[in-house]
Write a protein that binds this ligand. Structure first.
Ligand code: PLP
Length: 430
């Protein structure tokens, strides 16, 4: 039965329009009903890291479905989840030692926030209830993750439901926040001082964690922090005994050219949220990677993380994610991410670098964005009410290109942008 034959009964993201039916895919291409092929230049929202219908992943899912589809984690562990945890933690730099598997990015962020809270209960510091996050961040759409996020427009309708445990400091967004009389080191020092001041305002002993995207994704468009920023904020957290939570739901799992984006920052987090590129869209899966000190505190304390979901560590999802990670490693795809990322940046600069409405072209690896401005000299963004990003999405989709649009903020602190995050298998010709 065709779902769009008459009227769709799915509540779509936009309730007034039904998007075209996707009926197939291969490599970086998606196939629409009717046969049109669309170049998936953003992997959805930076999800499809291996492109579509990768044979090895499809076969791994079939094998697991033939073996064991589900066993509740209150009773059993399962082979794919154990193997995936071995693949992800216990041997990497950074001391992350356990993996907690959930169904996606928002759930991973929720679990990380709750683990941070629980850690301080376990070690006898129950007063640590505050979490500092950043403006212009996105951590997910569930209520805890939304409260952590600094995207004013997304928060606004649900503000009465959001906890005030979170406060927000400035984003590390050089294009918009670095002052003309300031160099990179000065900008970083100012941001670290602002974080320090926020700890002092809240009372340093009341703060459980600082949470940030290692490279900001959807809200501002592929914004890496200035050099030294994460070392500086790590120091502030350490000075006050607070945890550092990194949200790599979008920027992690190879997207920026290293498995974890924090590997390029010379630090490691206490808790890390991952999703999207973990399962590459083949299954719904996310995870929290947990450092040894938190794992030990729970084990030696209450002995249980109070956060069970029905689909924790789902065997088919874990089998798919394990195969995705093995393919990335065995096919040396991170080399391609680096090479194609550099090429993409170069081509974007050649093609759009002088365009009067392109303010900035930035990113890392295959995680790139173009920020649009009304005026290059003043960097003034377009009026967000014009919805320019949505128009670009529509026009490019009509021409057979799927790219991920982001809107500017009402305060003028971020402009419309277009995010490109093609699969790691993309070729120069594509
Ligand atoms: N955190 C970041 C940085 C994200 O980009 C996203 C999704 O875009 C999320 C969390 C939420 O992930 P999900 O949509 O899988 O719930």
């Amino acid at each position: 039965m065709s779902a769009v034959a008459n009227r769709s009964r799915v509540l779509h993201r936009s309730s007034r329009t039904t998007p075209p039916l996707a009926v197939g895919g291969h490599g970086v291409w998606l196939v629409e009903q009717g046969g049109r092929e669309v170049l998936d230049a953003s992997g959805g929202a930076a999800v499809s890291c291996l492109g579509h219908q990768h044979r090895r992943i499809v076969e791994a899912i079939k094998r697991q479905a033939d073996t064991l589809c589900y066993a509740h984690t209150g009773f059993f562990s399962n082979g794919p989840a154990e193997a995936l945890a071995d693949e992800l933690v216990g041997h990497e730099p950074g001391g992350l030692s356990l993996a907690y598997f959930v169904s996606g990015g928002s759930e991973a962020v929720e679990a990380a926030l709750k683990l941070a809270r629980q850690y301080f209960l376990e070690v006898g510091q129950p007063n640590r209830t505050k979490i500092i996050a950043r403006r212009q961040s996105y951590h997910g759409n569930t209520l805890g993750a939304l409260a952590a996020g600094g995207n004013a427009a997304r928060r606004a309708p649900y503000a009465p439901l959001l906890t005030d445990a979170f406060s927000h400091v400035s984003p590390a967004f050089a294009y918009r926040e670095q002052r003309a009389d300031e160099d990179e080191a000065g900008f970083t020092a100012r941001l670290a001082a602002e974080l320090e001041a926020e700890f002092q305002r809240l009372g340093p002993d009341n703060v459980a964690a600082f949470v940030a995207e290692t490279v900001v994704g959807a809200t501002a468009g592929c914004v890496p922090a200035p050099a030294g920023y994460f070392r500086a904020v790590r120091e502030v957290c350490d000075r006050h005994g607070a945890l550092l939570i990194l949200d790599e739901v979008m920027s992690g799992m190879g997207r920026t050219g290293t498995r974890h984006a924090w590997e390029q920052e010379g630090i490691s987090p206490d808790l890390q949220a991952i999703a999207k590129g973990l399962g590459g869209g083949y299954q719904a899966i996310g995870a929290v990677l947990v450092s040894g000190r938190i794992a030990d505190a729970v084990e030696q304390g209450s002995g249980a993380f109070q956060h069970g979901h029905t689909y924790l560590a789902h065997p088919i999802a874990a089998a798919a994610a394990l195969e995705v990670q093995q393919v990335i490693r065995e096919d040396r795809l991170l080399d391609n991410v680096k090479a194609m990322g550099a090429l993409l940046q170069q081509r974007l600069e050649e093609r759009f670098g002088d365009h009067r409405h392109v303010g900035d072209i930035r990113g890392r690896g295959l995680f790139r964005a173009i920020e649009l401005v009304a005026d290059r000299a003043t960097r003034a963004p377009f009026d967000p009410a014009r919805g320019l990003h949505q128009r670009i999405k529509k026009e490019s989709f009509a021409r057979g290109l799927a790219c991920y649009p982001g809107g500017g903020t009402a305060d003028g602190k971020a402009g419309d942008h277009v995010l490109l995050a093609p699969p790691y298998i993309v070729s120069a010709a594509e």
